[in-house]
Design a protein around this ligand. Structure first.
Ligand code: ADP
Ligand code: ZN
Ligand code: ZN
Length: 725
């Protein structure tokens, strides 16, 4: 009987063997017995020889697919991921498929719930719904055309939907969404601007490589028209009937982005983000696999989407940290995109105003073709960037006097202003005025953040929360006060200073809930808010044409961080934030408040720009023997007994002591030493040679897995770690 090697989703880095009456094609899902459980695995190969005793092999219970659900390139990429990240192949293959397929669901399309108007609902004016404004809106929207149930739930409360259904004005129907089998027939290239010289060069270099592998890095200042280059570069891919997969950061996937692509080409765009139902996700996967979607836009895991006729890959804002998965299979979607493009023999475009040093290094060394866009597109000019020394200056709500005046001036000119602060909540600590005691999370030994609107203290490291205490835990004094500044307090301050203008706070607290962020972005673009206050979210690629002033507060911490990537990330953040200013006709300016105005990093960045800063930072990394000039892997261990975590990492480091090419640093405490009551330790492996590091890891892993402490202490390996928290 043939022996089938199956990848099973268990935390073991091996395949498992089963018997079956006939050979099975790699990539077919099977249900197999695994101990007392039944699991869904994926066939890797059929052989005659067993690695173990073949008469003891169990039989496959069920064969779920007639043909492979993966292409041969996808299977190869999964093997590569498994080897490169030292991760179990069964888990890699599971990560690469939609959830419903992991659960054993059919790979054939299933019906999706839609909402549409009833005959009555189509005829009555929506105003008849009287005071129920949301219901009116919903009805008016569906009168324009049906919509999927989940997309409606993303915009309206379910009670609103139910109310209109009960009035028999709208109804729910189940059906398989119509497929766009012939998109090429109605593909139509819409109105487009004439590219400037730099854009034209980029477009022609890229299109010259259609049909073969090539990697491009577009290093284009903010607002230089990178998206326009993508649009014009994919034109000829689409007209050849081939598909394009575009990755965007977690937060960059807004309806505006999608609309821009859909409108330009008059086709459906497949969207993959975290708010989809399992079934909707499966549908995009199937349609793309069948070649029915010309354009697929999605966040990190969309890199696994199969394409029948792959034509091009694009990774927008390629420096964004959301492309690195931080748990389980810790892959980097950008690196996987490079591998995939090479395997599929198609061009890959990486684009950013602030490229990651890794990518810049690859471009400067000639591994990627380097395309520069130094001019802002259209009539927009570069924003002016300045630092403001706030040493010994009185601050009001964290703002210097000069800045407050500037804000007033910009507002008076009917522009919008944007303020960035890296801390959500009201204040980063609650301090006792009598004895100095700071309320700390007992699990993490870090101060609780004060959230006045939620009436609670919250730990931003583990989520632990409690009511705001009335008295000091240490001395019983009632004089507790907020220390430091967060988004909530800044918003309150600005409302006090500028009561005649409206403000909006955009952080992960206020943007929670499905379409809140999109709602807020819409209102900003309709000028309903004049003052925008927020965290990281504000920096990510949004187009705010009317913002002319950007103010950055409280980023000094990053200048002194122990993480060698902190400077790079700060430079990216500041440049991206500055890039939000003056993106249209009005010129923009950025001010950064700091206690260290002469810091060489800030000076270099502001005087010479990110591209100069980044080239200099690359030299520094080389001298310090840090990535991208060396390659790293990180073992993390955590335990409620710090000695155990330390000992495991010591034992692990012994496994590399023979290796000439790999250097071990540690064990050292993580930057975040304690979290949720667990002590966290790290061991860094570093090598000048990526292959040598890979080889050493492959040799050592089986031994490491056998270490006695390896089953007692929680640990993980992170290849190419992006942070040391
Ligand atoms: P980026 O992706 O670099 O932020 P976009 O492609 O979104 O830049 O371009 C910024 C703005 O400039 C958009 O409104 C876009 O329509 C416009 N734009 C881009 N290229 C041109 C061009 N060649 N001529 C005129 N306007 C352009
Ligand atoms: Zn006290
Ligand atoms: Zn905590």
């Amino acid at each position: 009987m043939p022996i089938i090697r199956v990848a099973v989703p268990v935390p073991k880095r091996q395949f498992f063997e089963y018997q079956h009456s006939s050979a099975l094609e790699p990539g077919i899902r099977v249900r197999v017995p695994f101990g007392p459980r039944k699991l869904i695995g994926v066939v890797l190969e059929t052989t005659k020889e067993s690695q173990w005793q073949s008469d003891k092999l169990k039989a496959i219970l069920d064969v779920l697919d007639e043909t492979s659900i993966f292409s041969s390139v996808q299977l190869k990429l999964c093997q590569w991921l498994s080897q490169y990240y030292q991760h179990p192949i069964g888990d890699v293959l599971h990560s690469a498929m939609p959830v419903s397929l992991r659960k054993g669901g059919s790979s054939q399309p299933k019906p999706v719930s839609f909402l549409r108007t009833t005959d009555e609902g189509q005829q009555i004016p929506s105003e008849n719904l009287g005071k129920a404004r949301k219901q009116q809106q919903l009805l008016a929207q569906l009168q324009q055309g049906e919509a999927s149930y989940s997309s409606i739930l993303a915009q309206y409360a379910s009670t609103t939907v139910k109310a209109v259904v009960q009035k028999k004005l709208i109804e729910q129907v189940e059906r398989i969404p119509s497929l766009d089998t012939d998109w090429l027939a109605h593909l139509n290239i819409g109105e487009k601007p004439l590219p400037n010289v730099e854009q034209a060069i980029a477009i022609s270099q890229i299109t010259a490589k259609i049909g073969e592998y090539a990697s491009f890095l577009i290093e284009g200042v903010t607002g230089s028209g990178k998206t326009e280059v993508y649009l014009q570069a994919i034109e000829s891919v689409l007209t050849q009937g081939k598909q394009v997969l575009i990755l965007v950061p977690e937060i960059g996937l807004t309806p505006q982005t999608v609309e821009r692509f859909a409108k330009r080409f008059n086709v459906l765009v497949g969207i993959l983000h975290s708010n989809l139902t399992d079934n909707e996700r499966l549908l995009v996967w199937q349609q793309s696999q069948a070649g029915q979607l010309p354009i697929i836009i999605g966040t990190r895991s969309a890199i696994f989407t199969p394409m029948k006729n792959p034509g091009m890959l694009i990774v927008d804002e390629e420096h964004d940290s959301s492309y690195k998965q931080q748990d389980g299979l810790r892959y980097h979607a950008r690196d996987l995109a490079v591998m995939r493009a090479a395997q599929e023999k198609i061009p890959l475009i990486l684009g950013s105003a602030t490229p990651a040093l890794e990518s810049l290094n690859n471009a400067l060394s000639g591994k990627y073709q380097h395309l520069l866009l130094n001019e802002r597109a259209g009539n927009a000019s570069h924003p002016k960037q300045q630092v403001l020394d706030i040493r010994n200056q009185p601050l009001e709500f964290g703002l210097a006097k000069g800045i407050i005046e500037r804000i007033g001036q910009h507002l008076a000119q009917e522009s919008q202003v944007m303020l960035f602060i890296n801390r959500r909540g009201y204040a980063p600590a609650l301090v006792c005025h009598t004895c100095g005691h700071v309320e700390e999370c007992p699990g993490c030994n870090k101060p609780y953040t004060l959230h006045k609107q939620l009436y609670k203290l919250q730990c931003h490291h583990c989520g632990n929360a409690k009511a705001i205490p009335k008295r000091c835990q240490s001395c019983n004094s009632t004089e507790l006060s907020a220390m430091g500044l967060g988004t909530e307090q800044l918003e309150q301050g600005l409302q006090t200073l500028f009561p005649q203008y409206t403000s909006v706070r955009i952080d992960s607290d206020s943007a929670r809930g499905k379409n809140r962020l999109n709602d807020m972005l819409d209102k900003i673009n309709r000028n309903e808010y004049q003052i925008l206050i927020g965290t990281q979210i504000l920096s990510k690629g949004h187009h705010f044409p009317n913002v002319t002033l950007v103010v950055i507060l409280e980023v000094d911490g990053a200048l002194f961080s122990a993480d060698y990537r902190a400077a790079e990330h700060l430079a990216q953040l500041v440049t991206q934030l500055a890039g939000r200013a003056g993106r249209a006709e009005k010129p923009g300016e950025m001010w950064l408040q700091t206690h260290d105005p002469s810091h060489p990093l800030l000076q270099d960045l502001l005087n010479n720009g990110y591209s100069h800063f980044a080239r200099y930072a690359l030299l520094e990394r080389e001298q310090a023997m840090l990535p991208p000039h060396t390659y790293q892997a990180l073992f993390r261990a955590q335990s409620s007994d710090p000695r155990l975590a330390n000992q495991l990492l010591m034992d692990i480091s012994m496994q590399f002591s023979y290796s000439k090419h790999v250097q071990c640093i540690g064990p050292l405490p993580a930057l975040m030493e304690k979290r949720q009551g667990k002590f966290r330790m790290q061991l860094v492996l570093s090598s000048r040679n990526r292959a040598a590091l890979q080889h050493a890891l492959s040799q050592a892993m089986p031994n490491i897995e056998q270490l006695p402490l390896a089953s007692k202490v929680r640990w993980a390996l992170d290849v190419d770690p992006q942070d040391f928290m």
